[in-house]
Design a protein around this ligand. Structure first.
Ligand SMILES: O=C(O)CCC(=O)C(=O)O
Ligand SMILES: [Fe+2]
Length: 289
């Protein structure tokens, strides 16, 4: 573990002072695709994930498995299924969860589809920072990891110390291109949690996030895996939908028309066209009730 910790934090986070390396790790073994982890947040008191910026650095080794993230629903116990983001974590991947993600979001490692069994093992290591120590714990006396140095992980430059540079963010690993992010955390209306007509994977709540086909495929719904396999070019490119390009304008336009969160959801759902295409945006707006 020391070797892995040294490699990850010494090599990949050079701005992170060694005294601030994580002081704990959780290790999971998934023997095969029949094992997964249900929706949860890493919000245990000892990490103070609910009330402070809480980084978790996750390393994946072995079989590739899916990893889903979603906003918590109003009760805070279930995922808001309209906000699910799916990733594939492959051998050697490093994922960070940071900020107040554990407070506001849940994550899941779904079981794989029995029709496409994953037979290999996967090991996941999540490095974490225990911040609340028991009275007798020897680590209690040590100073807690200075939050400043965590800026090397969360991506914000330290205000005065340039040794703590943020990691360059690579958008390429962000799997969102098969469906569109219309606003922060809001996916376009065609995205629904339901049974995929392709793979039939009973993944969570009897299905997976699916998008409807068009033309001869209207009425059929497919998950991102099926889309990617059968019609990779039908998925819009990520560049076309980089959130910063357009969503801000759509979001502000819709917010002005439909104040309040629920109204906003309904407005996105009522959109008569694909807001991914800026040229059709004013036409879209004019058709809203
Ligand atoms: O296996 C993973 O990628 C996630 C594991 C996890 O969520 C956890 O250990 O809390
Ligand atoms: Fe977790």
């Amino acid at each position: 573990m020391e070797e892995i910790r040294g490699h990850v934090f010494g090599e990949l986070f050079p701005g992170l002072n060694q005294a601030a390396w994580p002081n704990s790790a959780n290790i999971n073994l998934y023997r095969d695709g029949r094992q997964g982890v249900g929706w949860h947040a890493d919000d245990e008191l000892l990490f103070r994930g609910k009330d402070s910026d809480c980084p978790v650095v996750s390393i994946s080794l072995g079989a590739a498995r899916e990893f889903w993230i979603a906003l918590k629903d109003q009760n805070g116990s279930d995922p808001e299924t309209r906000s699910i983001v799916e990733l594939d974590l492959c051998d050697g991947d490093l994922l960070t969860m940071e900020g107040r993600l554990q407070r506001h979001c849940l994550h899941l490692v779904p079981k794989s589809n029995p029709r496409e069994p994953v037979r290999e093992e996967r090991v996941n290591i999540t490095f974490r920072w225990v911040r609340e120590h028991r009275y007798r714990c020897p680590l209690r006396k040590r100073p807690p990891a200075p939050d400043d140095t965590l800026s090397a992980i969360v991506g914000e430059p330290h205000p005065t110390d340039t040794r703590w540079l943020p990691l360059p963010l690579e958008l390429g690993c962000y799997v969102r291109c098969w469906s569109l992010e219309a606003g922060p955390g809001l996916l376009v209306p065609r995205h629904e949690l339901r049974s995929c007509d392709g793979c039939k994977h009973v993944c969570y709540a009897e299905g997976r996030p699916c998008c409807e086909g068009q033309g001869p495929w209207a009425g059929y719904w497919f998950c991102r895996r099926c889309w990617a396999e059968w019609a990779p070019t039908s998925c819009p490119t990520l560049e076309a939908f980089l959130p910063s390009k357009h969503w801000e304008k759509w979001h502000l336009d819709l917010q002005a028309l439909y104040p309040g969160e629920e109204g906003l959801w309904q407005a996105y759902e009522a959109l008569p066209c694909d807001p991914g295409y800026p040229e059709s945006w004013s036409a879209c707006l004019s058709q809203l009730p």
